[in-house]
Design a binder for this molecule. Sequence first.
Ligand code: GLU
Length: 372
Amino acid sequence: MKRKDIINNAQRLVIKVGSSLLLTQEGVNFLFIERLIRDIAHLKRENREIILVSSGAIGLGKKELGIDNNLGALPSKQALASVGQTQLMNLYSRFFQKYKLYTGQVLLSAQDLSRRSTYLNARNTLLTLLKLGVVPVVNENDTVAVEEIKFGDNDTLSALVAGLVDADLLIIISDIDGLYTSDPKKNPQAKFLPEISLITKQIEEMAQESCVEGRVGGMKTKINAAKISTHSGIPVIIGGNKEKFLERLFSGEKIGTLFFSPTHRLASRKKWIAYGKSSGGKIVVDNGAKKALIEEGGSLLPVGIKQVQGRFQAGDSVSLVDENNLEFARGIVYYSSKELERIKGAKSSSIEKLLGYKYSDEVIHHDNLVIL
Ligand code: GLU
């Protein structure tokens, strides 16, 4: 699909805005919020469905309580987020009301997306809100998020939400206008990249070098979000830093960097395997098994397993890594880590002898496997 068609045909949009746009040194950027909601109202009139993923809770909490130093400890951030999230929703509902739109708050934690039941529940709630014409505003549930399993940044969250609701397009708006070959603030030779058809290693390296917003996120997390989203079959636009960004984008101007999605849409269950569930452990497989999984669409057998890392139960999603510790797939295991310790490297015909029982010849069936 061409750029124009992707944008024109995008019916369900996930739009992510970062704190740096909502909050400036001077305080809340009312002008930005007003324009954002006006543009959203315009897109709604074109019969598009919108989910807004918005940061800003911690920043607004700081502002409200008059705290300007950096509170490192997690409980302090959580407390600030609790204060700031109310402020954030107050702001949004005021502006949405002005355009006669309803909004609703949806706070998600990584755990919610890790269990199939809560994942589906979150999906149903969001889809119901859309059906009711509401513009849901999503943020991470910062007040209860545990550091180790936090999404951590709303770029990643927005990509997961896009996958969760089968969006047609993810738009990440920030204070940078897209991807450059290197940081344009440091290197005047840096070239703007308007379109990316595949996120290669080279592209990822550019993002390491290029603009950092100085808050959570930066280009690196944005590229990572683009990877998750395009892999789920959803194209991404990263841009902003321009007056009336959304208005101009939807009136056909070529602004922002568009990441095409090379794949067909992953089936919903596969999306959940790949991204919904925080992986409980790792299985190191040998090169032969890796090749069979990637090139022949095979299943993972115990014979291909070299090492088992971490603890997990049968039914958990685990990462498959190669001999260089590079993650290349995720899948749902039929055996626990304990059981795999006993059968790794063995032929499937000896599983029963080794364990005294057998659930299956495969450790991960190819239906439960997603190559990343
Ligand atoms: N959830 C955080 C907040 O609302 C922001 C995370 C991010 O900026 O990516 O403050």
